[in-house]
Design a protein around this ligand. Structure first.
Ligand code: NAD
Length: 417
């Protein structure tokens, strides 16, 4: 059985977690069917005229999983493996994440199967506009609000907003994670990483663990990973390893993140960082650290490598970095896993603030954004922690129980079933 689960697709893996929560809550078969499957899925061709005059056709998706609690919400990723199953899994995770964070959104996700490193800036601009145009009938400020994810950023959101606004008039609230100059929120860029550290410190307070001086390894040095590492250092942790797709660096004395970031921006890798040891991503996952923070791809800790983890705590800044089989191994080893749907909710929480600010045509100071993010993260962690204790389940199962309960209630109240 464990073998079967290990080999399941990402969407099936999320549904293993959903089913466990639905079992506990006694959700009826009818409602279960409705909650499990996405509400709507769109596949589009994205033709792009390349700089050399050739036409390349990419495939894109937008999946809307559940909208009972509010407009659909979820990022857009550019990645060669962003297929329909992965986008479904991520859309479903967004439904549960927005419910746990208690922001008034449903769950969605988008993806384009492309390696953006192969495209010029102009090609990426054209790809983003064409993708936006082709999903424009589904999105909108009260319908579905995209945001950045893997390999997309504030610039991508600016292009999306512009493409949508050309069709519908100036509409900043159609996407979040925009540049501040175009209606983005202060603090949104850092929000996922900062929220992850707020989740860690909130959990540590409840579990009576002192995070000060903990050593930390971070896989991925993009938006989520960089800011998680930065905020961890500010909170008194020692970041000893980080990595990118090309490998990482480990220095038990601690890393200079500013220098690493400069090196990554200038050379596209961390290889030129002269202190510490160069390591592979597999080595990073097995380092002797207190805290391991996967902040890149999904499925990196599975049944066949989770046993090598030496960290005591896993902080899931990435989405679904641990498979159900990996989870089982980590639970058996007594490793505490702080789950993605809780830990990386800071991104969607500040996206909610950005969206609300756009409607009000008003801007909050960064200090207010961070304060409100802290309050919401702490509340969500407290609720998950309490539920885990009451039900004697893991934090991941407790998070799913709360989420499924909230979404099921909204579906029933609206009279869908
Ligand atoms: P990003 O594109 O900004 O950065 C991704 C980083 O991961 C890069 O440093 C890249 O080199 C590295 N990476 C890529 N492939 C890798 C591999 N095979 N091994 C190791 N590292 C690899 O992306 P991001 O926005 O930081 O997203 C990272 C994760 O966080 C994703 O799982 C995403 O879904 C999740 N997440 C992001 C946000 C957000 O607001 N950006 C919110 C919630 C969750």
């Amino acid at each position: 059985m464990a073998e079967l689960v290990h080999e399941a697709s990402p969407f099936e893996q999320v549904n293993v977690l959903f089913d466990r929560a639905a079992d506990r809550l006694g959700i009826s078969d009818d409602l279960r069917e409705l909650l499990r499957m996405p509400w709507r899925e769109l596949r589009v061709e994205v033709p792009v005229r390349m700089d050399d005059g050739r036409l390349r056709v990419f495939i894109g998706y937008r999946v809307q999983h559940n909208g009972a609690r509010g407009p659909y919400k979820g990022g857009v990723r550019y990645h060669p493996q962003a297929d329909l199953d992965e986008v479904r899994a991520l859309a479903s995770l967004m439904t549960w994440k927005t419910a746990i964070a208690d922001v008034p959104f449903g769950g969605a996700k988008g993806g384009v199967q492309v390696d953006p490193a192969e495209l010029s800036e102009g090609e990426l601009n054209r790809l983003t506009r064409m993708y936006t145009q082709n999903i424009a009938m589904l999105i909108g400020p009260t319908r579905d609000i995209p945001a950045p994810d893997l390999n997309t950023n504030a610039q991508t959101m600016a292009w999306m907003m512009d493409a949508y606004s050309r069709l519908h008039g100036h509409t900043p609230a159609v996407v979040t994670g925009k540049p501040v100059e175009l209606g983005g929120s202060y603090g949104r860029e850092a929000a996922t990483g900062r929220g992850a550290i707020f989740a860690l410190t909130s959990w540590a307070r409840r579990a009576q663990v002192n995070p000060q001086g903990m050593t930390m390894a971070v896989q991925g040095f993009g938006n989520a990973g960089y800011w998680a590492a930065r905020c961890a250092q500010e909170a008194g942790l020692r970041v000893v390893a980080v990595s990118t797709s090309k490998g990482g660096v480990y220095d038990p004395e601690g890393l200079d993140l500013d220098r690493l970031s400069k090196c990554y921006k200038e050379t596209g890798s961390l290889a030129a960082y002269e202190q510490g040891d160069q390591i592979t991503n597999a080595e990073l996952l097995a380092l002797p650290v207190d805290l391991l923070c996967p902040a890149a791809l999904g499925g990196v800790l599975a049944g066949d490598n989770a046993d090598q983890v030496r960290a005591r705590v896993i902080l899931e800044a990435a989405n679904h970095p641990v498979t159900p089989a990996g989870d089982e191994v980590l639970n058996r080893k007594g490793v505490v896993v702080l789950p993605d749907v809780l830990v990386n909710a800071g991104g969607v929480i500040v996206s909610y603030f950005e969206w609300a600010q756009n409607f009000q045509e008003f801007r909050w100071e960064e200090s207010r954004v961070n304060e409100e993010l802290w309050l919401r993260m702490r509340q969500a962690v407290d609720q998950v922690y309490d539920r885990a204790q009451q039900e004697r389940v893991t934090l991941r199962d407790a998070a799913f129980i709360i989420a499924v309960e909230r979404v099921a209630r909204a579906v029933e109240l609206r009279g869908f079933v």
